[in-house]
Every structure is written in C-alpha cells, then in structure tokens.
Design a protein around this ligand. Structure first.
Ligand code: DGL
Length: 265
C-alpha cells in the first residue's frame, strides 16, 4: 500500500502568500497545500529581522508538525530575515521569495526600474546583494510602501485610501523614468489592476510568484519520489481571526474555504 501523500506548507504574514499559492496550485495540481497566515503578527514589514525570524521558525515548526514535505516562504520580508536559519534548522526543500530585480533589469527599455517592497525587504542584506548583482545594468529605484499591506489585509483593493497610497508610491517612480515596476511583496499582486490603471499600459509589472512555483516543482521533482496523484486540496490556517481570512478567500483565492485557527510560537 502506498503511503499517504504529504502536503506542501506555505506561509506569509497574512493574505499576500495567496498570490503565490495560486501559482503553486496551477503548477502542481495534485499536491495538497497547507497555507498559514500569521495574521496575529501582520504586517511584518516594519518589524525587526529578529522578530520576523522567530515567527518564521515558529510557522515552519507548525507546518512541519503537519507533515509538510517542503516549505514555501511566500513572503519577501520573511525570506530576507529567515531563510538562512530555516534552511539550517529544517532538512527539507525550502523555497523563498525575492523581488524580481533580475527579470526587471532584463525587461526595462528605459534603463530604470522601480522596486515596491516593505522596508524590511529593502533594508535587508539579501536585497542589497540583489541590487549589487544586477543594479549595474539599470538604475534601481526603491520605494517602501508603508500602510499598503494593511489596506490589502482589510480587503480594500481599489478604494480611495488604497488608490491614494499607491499613487503616492508609484508617481515618483514614473516621474523618474521607471518603465518597469517590481512587486517585491507578495501582497502587491492583488493591486495589479489598480496599478495598471495608475501607471498606464506601457509600464511593465513583474512579480515572482510563477518563478517560485516553477522552482518548487523543480525541487520536488529532484527530491520527492512519491508525488501526489489526483486532485490536491487545501487547508487554510490563521493565527488571527479565522473569519477575516475566510471573508477574503473568495476574492483572493477564488473560492470559499474553511479557515482553522492556529497558534505557533
Ligand atoms: N507579504 C509579505 C512580503 O512579501 C510581507 C508583508 C508584510 O507583512 O509587511 O514581503
């Protein structure tokens, strides 16, 4: 008898990682997926790297205790703060996120790219290294976006407050000639329609979700010798109020689903 398929664990501070989960589901339709939103501690963006690392370790413990065979850190901020420790601590494939600076540098025609991300990501050594590697090929303008994750967590993807905030972050980038914008936080892809409206059709918008799903599929193909069969399912967990995540799932995940409460750490 074959052993039951083990799930893939995915986590973020909140709903942002759902933008990555959609790509994982499309790339790996048979896999069971666990999604943990650390809503009780969101947003991570302006918190200390030590705090975020501790949260990432606690979330990973929780997912591993639920038999995860691989982890996806569906959060740029947590990847920057914790991926090294996670890989030291857990002996399973761990895929993280980083802002899509390389594809943006390849795509820009004007030679100017704008990176929208949290201050935690922008101030990290990992991000500095990314800009060092690719920044000589284009001008890289970074833009922290305080307050934006909170609007998305509130389900406000196009209201006046979100529109005003996003415009305030993007207009200076466009004024400096950026023709390519990097969504360096997994929450921001949910604002793509609004961003498209504000930035116009000629601006390229790049994000990392599809690349991360492909990377996960590659890692599983190398390491997972009993891949799942049939149609995979999902389980959603929140460390905050499960009703809040449940209310956003139809819009951000495309279907309603139950949400279980968890506490970790
Ligand atoms: N979605 C996360 C990221 O990709 C974190 C946002 C936050 O909690 O501030 O950076």
């Amino acid at each position: 008898m074959s052993s039951p398929a083990r799930p893939i664990g995915v986590f973020d501070s909140g709903v942002g990682g759902l933008s990555v989960l959609c790509h994982i589901r499309a790339a790996l339709p048979a896999e069971d997926l666990l999604y943990a939103a650390d809503a009780a501690h969101a947003p991570y963006g302006a918190k200390s790297p030590q705090f975020i690392e501790a949260r990432a370790l606690a979330l990973a413990e929780f997912l591993v205790a639920h038999d995860a065979k691989a982890l996806v850190v569906a959060c740029n901020t947590a990847t920057a703060a914790a991926i090294v420790r996670l890989r030291e601590r857990f002996g399973l494939p761990i895929v993280g996120m980083e802002p899509a600076v390389k594809p943006a540098v390849e795509a820009t025609r004007a030679g100017v790219i704008g990176v929208l991300a949290t201050s935690g990501t922008i101030e990290s050594g990992k991000f500095a290294e990314l800009v060092r590697r690719f920044g000589s090929q284009a001008r890289v303008i970074v833009q922290p976006c305080p307050g934006l994750v909170e609007r998305i967590e509130a389900g406000d993807l196009e209201g006046p407050l979100t529109r005003g905030l996003l415009d305030g972050f993007v207009a200076p980038l466009l004024a400096q000639g950026a023709d390519t914008l990097v969504l360096g936080c997994t929450h921001y892809p949910f604002l793509t329609p609004l961003l498209r409206e504000l930035a116009g059709p000629s601006v390229e918008i790049v994000e990392s979700g599809a690349a991360v799903a492909r990377q996960l599929a590659r890692r599983l193909a190398e390491t997972d010798f009993s891949p799942a069969q049939g149609a995979g399912g999902e389980r959603f967990f929140s460390s905050g109020d499960p009703a809040l995540l449940a209310a956003l799932l139809p819009r951000l995940w495309g279907a309603a689903a139950p949400v279980e409460r968890f506490s970790a750490g």
